[in-house]
Design a protein around this ligand. Structure first.
Ligand SMILES: CC(C)(COP(=O)(O)OP(=O)(O)OC[C@H]1O[C@@H](n2cnc3c(N)ncnc32)[C@H](O)[C@@H]1OP(=O)(O)O)[C@@H](O)C(=O)NCCC(=O)NCCS
Length: 178
């Protein structure tokens, strides 16, 4: 399948380039960005994640796209779709997710790209449903979910990759149907 890429009024949802790796590493090393994840990532961990994302887009034709501001920053993070591990209460499911550099927050970029990703999910991939989940306390991410028309299902779950008692373990699940 040919890979799917998209353009919104302000953004490109594009394939990953080697030149994105230093900026992605800086995003993943920022404790502010990684506040709702177990820990910031090292350069090697960041590069491994980018390579996994890039390979998935090549294999599936879609995934976590690299986000570029048209006429502006060449790489500000990722937004897109992924199949999470198969041991979650929503499994099997397709998840929408995002991670942007902190200097690009507060401009609506995540929501603009996420709306585009939902359009791909429902109108190109013909998915029946897309889910989103995050740590209960991650209100910036929850606001994006709401802004793009997703609904908190009332379902919460303990994330299996975090140890019992971890402050980020409790997750909230949002859903949107086609
Ligand atoms: C989650 C995350 C992407 C949200 O970023 P964000 O900048 O708050 O979200 P958006 O890009 O959609 O921007 C929306 C904000 O921009 C404002 N805004 C300014 N100009 C805008 C415009 N032209 N269009 C829309 N919104 C605009 C909105 O009012 C909104 O602000 P508010 O939330 O204070 O009301 C960001 O916090 C992040 O990358 N976090 C770290 C990674 C993470 O936690 N990911 C989720 C894990 S599940």
């Amino acid at each position: 399948m040919a890979s799917i890429f998209r353009e919104t009024p302000r953004l490109l949802l594009r394939s990953w380039q080697d030149s994105d790796l230093p900026a992605f590493a800086a995003i993943n090393a920022d404790p502010n960005v990684m506040k709702y994840f177990p820990a910031p990532l090292s350069r090697a961990e960041s590069d491994t994640m980018a390579e996994r994302i890039r390979t998935l887009i090549q294999q599936q034709g879609w995934g976590f796209w690299a986000i570029e501001v048209k006429g502006g920053s060449p790489f500000i993070g990722f937004v897109g779709l992924t199949i999470p591990s198969n041991d979650l209460p929503c499994s099997p499911c397709v998840e929408i997710g995002w991670r942007l550099a902190a200097e690009h927050w507060g401009q609506g970029y995540a929501s603009e790209a996420a709306n585009c990703a939902l359009e791909v999910a429902f109108n190109t991939l013909n998915l029946a449903e897309v889910v989103a989940f995050t740590a209960e306390s991650n209100h910036p991410s929850r606001r994006v979910m709401t802004r793009i028309g997703m609904t908190f299902s009332g379902e919460t779950f303990e994330h299996p990759r975090l140890p019992p008692g971890h402050p980020l373990r409790k997750h909230v699940l949002y859903r949107k149907k086609r």
